[in-house]
Design a protein around this ligand. Sequence first.
Ligand SMILES: [Zn+2]
Length: 149
Amino acid sequence: MYLRHVTACPSTAAYTTHRQRHGTEAWRIFTCPRHRRLADWSVPGNLRRLGPGDPVPPCGTVRDHRPHAQIVVSHLHGWMGAGGWVTDLAPDDWRGHLAAAHEYHQAIGADDRTALTAHALELAAADHVPDLLALLAAAETSAARRLVP
Ligand SMILES: [Zn+2]
């Protein structure tokens, strides 16, 4: 399980929702009332209020249970906006998607994301997958701090 933090909200969570794939939980997010319908993380049918005995983490906490290939691609195609650049890659070809995202950010002159994906490619080449996921999660949190008031 990988922890992510996708908002810059100082509130504690009051709601949770999750997405299931193949009968198991793919990810679960905890949010405050204001952020309970975040664009990339909303599953309205599964939204419920936290009850007694539930954990109460900070708003925006995501427990991501997906395989690392899916997590990397979800970063690239989610908050990094690099989806659709190359469409002939297999969904689980995360190294290919990472290289494509690097080219995309270079092409559009997004220097910070070009540098980020260059660093991520170095970690991928060295098979440092946990460090790669930590790098992308930290960048996602920083991006949320810049975007979410
Ligand atoms: Zn919030």
